[in-house]
Design a protein around this ligand. Structure first.
Ligand SMILES: Cc1cc2nc3c(=O)[nH]c(=O)nc-3n(C[C@H](O)[C@H](O)[C@H](O)COP(=O)(O)O)c2cc1C
Length: 233
């Protein structure tokens, strides 16, 4: 109080004005940041297995952190365990976009809101998880023509799961990026509960390739698809 009392009125006023100006600058900066954030293209990293004790979630988080570093895109996790779709229960094929169920409409709105996708999933019996195929089959136009990459994992990297999903992505007319990851998980990498012992150490060899996926995604989401859409699919 003493110091304020002692301060000449003009000096006190100019301090207050300066403070208010700084506050309003900070608010404007925050608003601008929010606006920039809302203009960013969005890419979903889809966690493609739902088994209790799954390791796909940790791998997807590592992928998210790695692609997000310095990227102009906004990457977000989409967890199929949370989406919790039933087995496909729509009477009409997805290409007709006549959805009877609210869960399909919610899924459709979510997928429509993304500009690109990275699917993260394990190899199961030389294929990829049924839960992911089911989630893909629910929709059609929402996937079509959008850029896509994926990360498989397994004891040999999951190349058979990769080959299977590539055919399906082609069927959905998605634009597959040049790079995808096939992460090899050795017996020494996991503990007795089949949890990854050191996720950073296991995934660090894939860092450069994961950064390439971001670069390819940036180029792809800013280039509209060129294909002519055939109404017969
Ligand atoms: C049903 C099932 C089938 C599996 N088949 C394979 C396989 O074909 N090749 C492979 O390398 N690992 C296979 N595994 C081992 C998985 O790679 C490992 O369990 C991995 O943690 C599964 O991913 P998740 O934890 O996200 O479910 C299989 C696992 C399960 C549960």
């Amino acid at each position: 109080m003493d110091s304020i009392d002692a301060m000449p009125a003009e000096e006190f006023e100019s301090d207050v004005v300066q403070e208010v100006e700084l506050e309003s600058d900070a608010m404007q900066e925050e608003e601008l940041e929010l606006e920039i954030e809302s203009l960013k293209k969005r890419v979903a990293i889809v966690i493609g297995s739902t088994r209790p004790g799954r390791i796909s979630g940790g791998i997807a988080e590592w992928v998210l952190n790695t692609v997000q570093t310095g990227s102009p895109l906004r990457y977000e996790l989409v967890d199929l365990a949370e989406v919790n779709l039933p087995f496909l229960d729509e009477p009409a094929p997805a290409a007709q976009s006549q959805y009877e169920h609210e869960h399909t409409r919610v899924w459709s709105r979510l997928i429509s809101s993304y500009d690109g996708f990275i699917f993260v999933f394990p190899q199961y019996n030389w294929g990829y998880p049924g839960v992911l195929k089911n989630a893909l089959d629910f929709l059609y136009w929402e996937w079509r023509d959008k850029p896509v990459s994926f990360v498989t994992f397994g004891t040999r990297g999951g190349s058979r799961a990769a080959a299977q999903i590539q055919g399906v992505l082609q069927g959905l007319h998605m634009r597959e990026l040049a790079d995808h990851l096939e992460v090899r998980i050795a017996e020494d990498d996991v503990d007795e509960q089949w949890q990854l012992k050191d996720i950073q150490a296991i995934l660090s060899p894939y860092w450069a390739q994961t950064r390439s996926i971001d670069e390819e995604m940036v180029a792809a989401v800013t280039t509209p698809g060129t294909e002519v859409i055939d109404p017969e699919l």
